[in-house]
Write a protein that binds this ligand. Sequence first.
Ligand SMILES: NC(=O)c1ccc[n+]([C@@H]2O[C@H](COP(=O)([O-])OP(=O)(O)OC[C@H]3O[C@@H](n4cnc5c(N)ncnc54)[C@H](OP(=O)(O)O)[C@@H]3O)[C@@H](O)[C@H]2O)c1
Length: 256
Amino acid sequence: MKIVVIGGSGLIGSKLVTKLREHGHEAIAASPNSGVNSLTGEGLAEVLRGASVVVDVSNSPSWEDSAVLNFFETSTRNLLKYGAEAGVKHLVALSVVGTQQLSSSGYFRAKIAQEQLIKSSPIPYSIVHATQFFEFIKGIADISMKDGKVYLPSVLFQPMAADDVASGVGRVAVSTPVNGIVEIGGPEQFRLDELVRRRLIQLNDAREVIADPNARYSGAEVGERTLLPGKDARLGETRFETWLTQPAAKVAAAAH
Ligand SMILES: NC(=O)c1ccc[n+]([C@@H]2O[C@H](COP(=O)([O-])OP(=O)(O)OC[C@H]3O[C@@H](n4cnc5c(N)ncnc54)[C@H](OP(=O)(O)O)[C@@H]3O)[C@@H](O)[C@H]2O)c1
């Protein structure tokens, strides 16, 4: 099957392309680096020719409210338009568990807009809602800074390894479209402030993490269970402590 991965050079995209190829599929990594730009439409008609499935695991380079909204709205419109013209039979997009409850965040308003466009299109689709990636835990600290300290609510979350995210998305991509949402998550729950604190200590990052019930997650108000997947979620196998022993944790440490 020809499967085009938009954002195929990214954290999830590159792992997904490798896994799909290992399973014998013709997986194409598409991104501006390889001349395919979903925002401008450049290269989309060519890369989608003969494709059965398109997987969108791209992300906006800017998370500023209007920039990220423009990215997901315009890119998704282009993918749906060029996808329909190419006769694509399944569009898969990666989004985040709890997205519908996170509309006080500009980033999540953009993800809600992306999902809405996909749901209204005639192309059969599957939206994968993943929990936070282990690789992103330091990034959570970076987007939660005030006066040099990290402020986070002590809510529950159930993060997962990027490798398990890619496996979960790959499984959905080669299956029949669900025309709905599939949730995937990690095997264990943690308190958001506690795991970020642990990760910063592991990285010898001296920033203090303060549990603050009024702090937001990525600009959104969150409740105790907003970031948790439901009971039907497919859970990845990799535990946080196991992930720490893997090269991925070292790479993530070096990259950030
Ligand atoms: N972070 C989390 O914890 C989390 C949790 C659940 C879901 N998600 C979702 O996962 C998705 C992927 O995240 P990620 O961390 O894997 O992303 P990432 O590593 O930042 O990669 C982003 C990808 O998007 C591509 N891209 C950027 N602009 C593009 C454009 N105009 N046209 C086509 N491709 C473009 C990049 O291509 P170049 O390399 O060529 O620039 C890159 O391949 C996001 O949609 C995010 O919402 C994230």
